[in-house]
Design a protein around this ligand. Structure first.
Ligand SMILES: *[C@@H]1O[C@H](CO)[C@@H](O)[C@H](O)[C@H]1NC(C)=O
Ligand SMILES: *[C@@H]1O[C@H](CO)[C@@H](O)[C@H](O)[C@H]1NC(C)=O
Ligand SMILES: *[C@@H]1O[C@H](CO)[C@@H](O)[C@H](O)[C@H]1NC(C)=O
Ligand SMILES: *[C@@H]1O[C@H](CO)[C@@H](O)[C@H](O)[C@H]1NC(C)=O
Ligand SMILES: *[C@@H]1O[C@H](CO)[C@@H](O)[C@H](O)[C@H]1NC(C)=O
Length: 301
């Protein structure tokens, strides 16, 4: 037992040292700002459909917008509230008292086999939007997930279509999909990474193999982990925010499947005090999202 503890401490220390001292860091170079239609804000997370369309982003007024190109920008694609009144809801600001009725989508992910969009909404739980957008169908609603509980990170296993999403601290198992406290599944589906925001660390929950149904420490971070997104090489981008004095330092951290830090990119110039909530690499391009900013970004490191 002592040996196990000692080796765990060594692994933890080594990971931390790599993060703090050795990882190559750079400052993001902004290539483009994708502005949401004012006064809408909060593209907290992003997704791409199976044809490479998007990014699709979440927003403060309960809608999901799709970026259709530089001339038209973002267009309304879908919404999560089952009885959303456009007159009342469109343009709603973050933290508005009407968000519980208008919806607040936070996590997004496409099933590329069906082109259905799965959305974790803070008030409506897990909902599904068909391939043509518009209305959402509730899959895990307040009756199961409780309306006071906030759903956030979401990922769809590209091999099985199983959906993993974060809901407070309860693990649900449903008939045709499973949900857990999670943010990103590994490329081979053997584990799911769960960001522990307040603990500045990421846990790995094993789904397959000899360690199935157990979890271990994946890595420690020098700040709060927000969304985690897998890239096409099976690596992960983690949005990390460190509070130093009265300023917030946002960065994107790219790690291997084993939690080795490959790269740290500062997003301070892009997001300032507004906090980056997601970094996603799609088809060779880097995208950033934020809960409070009015734009998503395209950047290079
Ligand atoms: C990926 O990027 C390449 C080069 O920019 C582009 O030609 C291709 O259409 C993109 N693929 C998708 C699925 O967006
Ligand atoms: C939406 O809200 C407005 C303003 O309260 C109201 O006049 C209108 O009847 C509502 N629409 C529907 C379909 O409920
Ligand atoms: C959306 O749902 C509402 C209420 O159930 C329904 O009246 C409306 O026809 C639906 N719209 C679409 C496009 O399915
Ligand atoms: C939902 O929350 C209420 C109030 O906290 C609690 O009494 C109830 O048991 C919860 N329901 C579920 C299904 O968790
Ligand atoms: C993990 O849990 C599932 C469901 O309870 C069970 O079917 C499976 O055998 C367990 N796997 C291991 C390796 O314990």
């Amino acid at each position: 037992m002592l040996n196990i503890n000692n080796s765990m401490v060594m692994v933890v220390t080594a990971t931390l040292a790599i993060f703090l001292l050795c990882s190559p860091s750079s400052v993001a170079i902004l290539l483009n700002k994708l502005q949401l239609p004012p006064p809408v804000t909060g593209p907290e997370s992003l997704a791409f459909d199976r044809n490479g369309g998007g990014p699709y982003v979440t927003s403060s007024d309960g809608r999901i917008f799709k970026y259709v190109g530089p001339s038209e920008g973002f267009k309304e694609y879908a919404y999560t509230s089952l009885n959303r009144n456009k007159t009342v809801c469109d343009g709603l600001a973050e933290f508005s008292a009407l968000q519980p009725t208008c919806g607040r989508p936070l996590g997004l992910g496409f099933n590329h086999q069906t082109n259905d969009l799965y959305v974790a909404d803070a008030y409506f739980g897990l909902v599904k939007v068909g391939p043509n957008g518009g209305n959402a169908t509730q899959l895990v609603g307040p009756t199961q997930a409780n309306s006071t509980v906030s759903a956030d990170g979401l990922d769809v296993d590209p091999n099985t279509g199983i959906i993993y999403f974060t809901i407070a601290s309860t693990k649900f198992q449903l008939k045709d999909f499973q949900t857990a406290l999670t943010s990103a599944i590994s490329r081979d589906g053997s584990f799911v990474l769960v960001g522990e925001y307040l603990a500045n660390r990421i846990r790995r929950v094993w789904l397959k193999g000899p360690k199935a149904n157990s979890s271990d420490l994946f890595m420690l971070l020098a700040g709060r982990p927000d969304n985690i997104k897998r890239n096409s090489r099976g690596q992960f981008w983690i949005a990390v925010n460190s509070v130093i004095g009265c300023s917030t330092l946002s960065s994107g951290v790219r790690v291997t499947e084993n939690g080795i830090v490959l790269q740290t990119v500062s997003l301070v110039e892009e997001y300032g005090a507004e906090v980056a909530s997601e970094v996603q690499e799609y088809n060779g391009t880097l995208y950033g999202g934020s809960l409070l900013a009015s734009y998503a970004i395209i950047f290079t490191s």
